[in-house]
Design a protein around this ligand. Structure first.
Ligand code: PLP
Length: 399
């Protein structure tokens, strides 16, 4: 039998290829930016998450070099053993300050932050008492895979409500018979680019005595006047979003993630979040680089303004061309293309013209909802957006 299933892997891979679902990687050379080099050739890239153009900022790079010179290449241990350096500590304090929360806690990745938070706070049995019955985790159907996986891993009852459908969420809240309840949502949905209805989520969470967790991976540094994310975008208070997750590998251009919230929340995570405890701390040099990029993200408003102008130019041009835009004002501007084959073909045609845009197919998006996921960065300029529009005018299907 063992031989059979191993032989079956090849057949499954071939099946994937036939359905145009096969994934391959392109090997890039050099730093991320508006242009990337692949096989020695320059491509105009519209698929990074480096929204503010900080990943290759000279000051950020210098801080990482100096950090490595001072702290070494790696942290040497997990945070709870001896890996928690003054660089990590300073970054946590600065993240807490920026998010106006009592504490912030660094995680190695956003994926791990989400696993850590949900499985520390919810489970089959409540962590605080032995009362039987599982907790409830309510999640938007289009949440990032790491939030969904976190809900599953926690052992709590995972209920998924229809995308941004507050009536459906409300209905599922009422069905609750158990003790602890967490409502978790992306702040900006990673494949659609739309913004979650955070004010309504907050009201519903309050009404049902649930804890609201917002994963602001695509909003942190991007939305709001100072880059504070969805909370600032909507003019909400810290109390409206008691559990905030942000990632550092997107707008901040480095690597890692954090959770910000109350003293008790952060201390609970330090004691209980397994993806925090049982893993090596980030290289301190990464924390040093992030401290600089956090400062730049806060102070250099022009990056957000430029980004917004580029997005507006694209949407105006794409609307004029009759392209199938989605309901997004964020740097994530997908063009819905529908079937896998068409999507892959257009992506290849764009590539042949020196434009890099990834074809997003199931299971990252629902079946029949494949798309070209275009993302913008402050590193782009107006001419590059126009070049993209010219190529799309020829290649992309219209409504
Ligand atoms: C990218 C992303 C993550 C994962 O963050 P990493 O630091 O890349 O692991 C989590 N949540 C959302 C919504 C994301 O877009």
């Amino acid at each position: 039998m063992a031989g059979d299933w191993r032989a079956g892997l090849g057949a499954a891979l071939a099946g994937r290829r036939k359905q145009h679902l096969y994934r391959t990687r392109r090997v890039t050379q050099g730093a991320p930016g508006a242009d990337v080099i692949i096989d020695g050739k320059r491509y105009l890239s519209f698929c990074s998450n480096d929204y503010l153009g900080l990943a290759n900022h000279p000051e950020v790079v210098k801080a990482m070099q100096q950090g490595a010179a001072r702290y070494g290449a790696g942290s040497g241990a997990s945070h709870l053993i001896s890996g928690h350096s003054s660089a990590h500590h300073a970054l946590e304090e600065e993240l807490a300050g920026f998010t106006r929360r009592p504490r912030a806690l660094l995680f190695s990745t956003g994926y791990m932050a989400n696993l850590g938070v949900i499985s520390a706070l919810a489970g089959r049995l409540s962590a605080c008492d032995a009362q039987a019955g599982s907790d409830v985790v309510l999640e938007d159907r289009l949440n990032h895979a790491s939030l969904i996986d976190a809900g599953l891993l926690s052992g709590a009852r995972l209920l998924r409500y229809a995308h941004a459908d507050m009536a459906d969420l409300e209905k599922k809240c009422v069905a609750k018979t158990d003790r602890r309840m967490i409502i978790a949502s992306d702040g900006v949905f990673s494949m659609d680019g739309d913004i979650a209805p955070v004010p309504e989520l907050s009201r519903i969470a309050r009404r049902h005595d649930a804890w609201l967790m917002i994963d602001d991976a695509h909003a942190f540094g991007v939305l709001g006047k100072t880059g504070g994310g969805t909370q600032e975008h909507f003019g909400l208070t810290v109390e409206d979003v008691p559990i905030l997750v942000g990632t550092l590998g997107k707008a901040l251009g480095t690597f890692g993630a954090f959770v910000a919230g109350s003293e008790e929340l952060i201390e609970t995570l330090i004691q209980q979040a397994r993806s925090y405890i049982y893993t090596t701390a980030l290289p301190p040099a990464v924390a040093e680089a992030t401290r600089v990029s956090l400062r730049l993200a806060q102070s250099e408003n022009w990056r957000r303004e430029k980004l917004r102008a580029l997005i507006n130019r694209f949407r105006t041009g794409a609307t004029h061309l009759g392209l199938n835009l989605m309901n997004s004002v964020t740097p994530i501007q997908p063009l819905l293309t529908g079937d896998n084959e068409t999507t892959l073909r257009i992506s290849e045609q764009l590539y042949a013209r020196g434009i890099l845009i990834s074809a997003i197919r199931p299971p990252a998006v629902p079946k029949g909802r494949a798309r070209l996921r275009i993302t913008f960065s402050a590193a782009h300029d107006v001419q590059q957006v126009d070049r993209l529009l010219e190529a799309l005018a020829e290649l992309a299907p219209v409504r």
